[in-house]
Design a binder for this molecule. Structure first.
Ligand SMILES: *Cc1c(COP(=O)(O)O)cnc(C)c1O
Length: 412
């Protein structure tokens, strides 16, 4: 194999729309979060967490237990309910540490526990469910990484009192999350977020597809209207966007009107103004129209192909040695010996990656949970979503292999 400088190439970090997304059939090999559940489609997973906690009666003075390995977006929904958050330990494979949860519960005031199926691999929550039942604690299953799946015949989302999903992590949509329950009726009323939001949700999903060369015919047809939209957008921005109120825009630049929640913008924030807003018509339609069978089959295939491509490559090992039959992966989590060097090399090459847990809530460090700190430091997750085509996957495999081999060859 000749070693050349990495060719920078843009591959979609998240699913984007394509015509193929609609073919492949409705019958997925795995159950989805929405099967047989009362459901509300909202604009993000974090909003769904807030609504789930509220439905459990979480309020002032209560404690919500959150995994020490987490996304900072999982914490503010508990604060929104008035609760405090305490962090429980996870095992090296991210499973909840039940002994540590018991210790937290013994301190009192624990009203709800958030349990996450990380990276799309369902945990067995039987014992945690029993613990919650013994103590009268509500269980929220965080299926943000696990929209499809089952473990020992038990569908994901069916063990918790409530479960939440982040539909935008699995579907080619700009915004979306869901609150579901197979155990309780949902008493949650949602409202539309307005025409501006509806338009933005549709256009952003289409533009994301166009940016990666998908839907070329539609792109041509929409070229003129999209230019008009850009002009309109510019005009709105130059007016100062006074209607936006407090901005969720980290850049601190122009304050655009809050036409869409910052949760769709790689932000960890929780914006209460979106707590009662329905997901857009476009997102809901795509969610229903694309093939779930294709999502499950391709994500599993892409995961296994990447695992094979990295077999024997030095300086790394997959977080999970096998992909369970009941899993539909969110991303491919890899433990890397020299994470910063590998990450920097891949960043230069333009490889999309997620370092889940690299940013933890203030105060959560190795003294709280050594496994979480270690995962946050060493884990790099790579895309395995359904929209990657063969060329993009081959390029991804070559880049990751090359970066790992190069970094392993350099003396520490
Ligand atoms: C992304 C994520 C969430 C929140 O989902 P959003 O749709 O981004 O609000 C919750 N839990 C986990 C584990 C996540 O990764």
């Amino acid at each position: 194999m000749t070693s050349t400088a990495p060719v920078r190439r843009a591959i979609p970090p998240v699913p984007v729309l394509s015509l193929a997304a609609f073919s492949g059939g409705r019958r997925a090999a795995l159950p989805s979060l929405l099967d047989g559940a009362d459901a509300r489609l909202v604009t993000s997973g974090r909003v769904a967490i807030g609504l789930a906690l509220r439905a459990l009666g979480v309020g002032d003075g209560d404690v919500v237990l959150v995994p020490a390995y987490h996304s900072p977006s999982m914490v503010p929904p508990a604060h929104w309910c008035g609760a405090e958050v305490a962090f429980y330990r996870v095992r090296p494979d991210t499973a909840p540490d039940l002994a540590d949860i018991e210790a937290h519960v013994a301190r009192g005031r624990v009203k709800a526990i958030l349990a996450t199926h990380f990276f799309g691999i369902p945990h067995d929550l039987t014992l945690l469910r029993a613990l919650c039942d013994r103590h009268g604690i509500g269980l929220v299953e965080d299926c943000a990484h696990c929209f499809f799946g089952a473990r020992d015949g038990v569908a994901v989302g069916s063990v918790g009192d409530y479960a939440i999903g982040s539909t935008m992590k699995f579907f080619p949509i700009y915004e979306g999350g869901c609150l579901v329950s197979r155990r309780h009726r949902l008493d949650v009323a949602l409202h539309g977020a307005g025409a501006g939001f509806e338009m933005k949700a549709a256009l952003n999903a289409l533009e994301a597809a166009f940016a990666y060369g998908r839907l070329p015919v539609l792109r041509m047809l929409l070229a003129l209207p999209l230019r008009a939209k850009s002009a309109l957008w510019g005009a709105l921005k130059s007016r100062g966007g006074k209607s936006g109120g407090k901005s969720g825009n980290k850049s601190g630049g122009t304050t655009a009107p809050a036409l869409a929640p910052s949760s769709s913008d790689s932000s960890f924030e929780f914006d209460p103004r979106w707590a009662d807003k329905r997901s857009s018509w476009f997102s809901r339609t795509v969610l229903r129209a694309v093939s779930p069978a294709r999502i499950v089959a391709r994500r599993r295939r892409n995961y296994l192909d990447l695992q094979r491509a990295l077999d024997g490559v030095p300086g790394c090992r997959p977080l999970y040695s096998t992909l369970p039959d009941g899993a539909c992966p969110w991303m491919f989590p890899l433990l890397v010996d020299r994470p910063q060097a590998v990450f920097d090399a891949l960043l230069r090459a333009g490889v999309p990656m997620t370092r889940f847990g690299a940013t933890l809530w203030a105060g959560v460090d190795a003294s709280v949970c050594a496994n979480s700190a270690d995962l946050g430091r060493r884990l790099i997750a790579f895309p395995c979503h359904q929209a990657l085509d063969d060329g993009e996957r081959a390029w991804l495999h070559a880049q990751v292999r090359q970066a790992l081999e190069t970094c392993a060859a350099v003396p520490a």
